[in-house]
Design a protein around this ligand. Structure first.
Ligand SMILES: CNC(=O)COc1cccc(Nc2cc(Cl)ccn2)c1
Length: 342
């Protein structure tokens, strides 16, 4: 009986030294294990006279309960200590790390913004194949078979008559073939040129707009483009038309915006503006009244319908809008670059 009495005391002093969970578990084995101190005491019970057994059995159970209680308490205390140690240098008042947020590619941002501005005016976005035939890409756009734009040095051919589209105009041709006027569409997308240097990549993005009706004019075109440029580059943006030529429009014009960097002054604080080369103007897009030959090609009566169209390079707009200096950055997918636009 007094062996059993002593067990609890000895266990308590053993636990006093047990500084870790492993030490507590070792003590549990020493006292409560199959060959532990309590098991030994219980084994010794077999030699006792029968009348002494009940008392000793009761004492043994009490000792077991007491030992289990001591060991569980010691274990729980060590676990709490370990837990608080693990977080000793944890400061709950420090603000958490913001979750990594994604961002849209600058080309996507510009395409969505241009489409959104024009959709608000009633234009519909059209899509179509990037692999085109030469009729949709050239012939229908008033560029006959021997036209220089068809040359291999500019165009990527799949076969003699199948190519990668060099602009998004074929989307507009396809739409006109598929519906009667009025037409008010936007054609955004990838285009391909056999060109690759510091300022040209073989694939880039364009957006074109086309409006065809029984009655519209160059002033409608100017109004729409002025609105588009002001939405894109700020309300104080001015635009100017310069005479130009495209095979598919007559008359044609190139549109400049007042430089968004030097506000058209040509210099900033006495330094010549490197963006507009001190001219104060930046070419942003081309446009014109649709050439009657295009209408004839798609089966629209050129004596009944008039229309205008415009086209812009998306990367060029993005470089001006976001101050991006190198075309190649659009394609390198450097997250430090991409993460700046949202
Ligand atoms: C990057 N693009 C530019 O600098 C100039 O693009 C332009 C200019 C003028 C017209 C068009 N598109 C067009 C489409 C049809 Cl179906 C008929 C007539 N024109 C695209």
């Amino acid at each position: 009986l007094n062996d059993l009495e002593r067990l609890a005391g000895e266990c308590e002093s053993a636990l006093g030294q047990a500084s870790s969970r492993e030490a507590v578990e070792a003590a549990r084995v020493e006292f409560l294990g199959r060959k532990g101190r309590l098991a030994q005491a219980m084994a010794a019970m077999a030699q006792l006279p029968p009348e002494a057994k009940p008392a000793v059995g009761k004492a043994a159970n009490e000792a077991k309960a007491r030992l289990t209680e001591l060991l569980d308490a010691a274990l729980a205390e060590r676990e709490r200590a370990a837990a608080s140690l693990a977080f000793a240098d944890f400061d709950p008042t420090v603000p958490g790390r913001a979750p990594q947020a994604g961002s849209l590619h600058p080309v996507t941002l510009v395409m969505e913004e241009v489409c959104s501005i024009l959709q608000r005016l009633g234009f519909e976005v059209v899509a179509g194949p990037e692999v085109e035939n030469d009729w949709n890409n050239f012939e229908a756009l008033n560029m006959p078979p021997d036209h220089p734009a068809r040359d291999m040095q500019d165009t990527l051919y799949v076969t003699d008559s199948i190519l990668l589209r060099t602009h998004t105009s074929p989307l507009q041709v396809r739409t006109m073939l598929a519906q009667k006027p009025p037409v008010a569409i936007i054609a955004p997308g990838k285009v391909y040129r056999r060109d690759s240097d510091l300022t040209h990549t073989p694939m880039f993005h364009q957006i074109e707009g086309l409006l065809v009706d029984t009655r519209t004019s160059m002033s409608d075109l100017r109004g729409i483009l002025a609105h588009l440029c002001r939405e894109l580059f700020g309300a104080d943006t001015r635009i100017r038309f310069r005479p130009s030529f495209f095979p598919f429009t007559e008359p044609s014009a190139e549109v400049d915006i007042s430089c968004s960097i030097c506000k058209g002054q040509g210099s900033c604080k006495g330094n010549p503006c490197r963006v507009c080369k001190t001219t104060g103007w930046l070419e942003i897009l081309g446009c014109g009244m649709v050439d009657p030959n295009v209408f004839s090609a798609v089966g629209y009566d050129p004596d009944r319908y008039v229309g205008w169209a415009f086209g812009m390079g998306v990367e060029r707009i993005a470089m001006l809008k976001y101050g991006i200096g190198d075309l190649r950055m659009f394609f390198e997918n450097d997250l430090r670059f991409l993460g700046q636009f949202y």
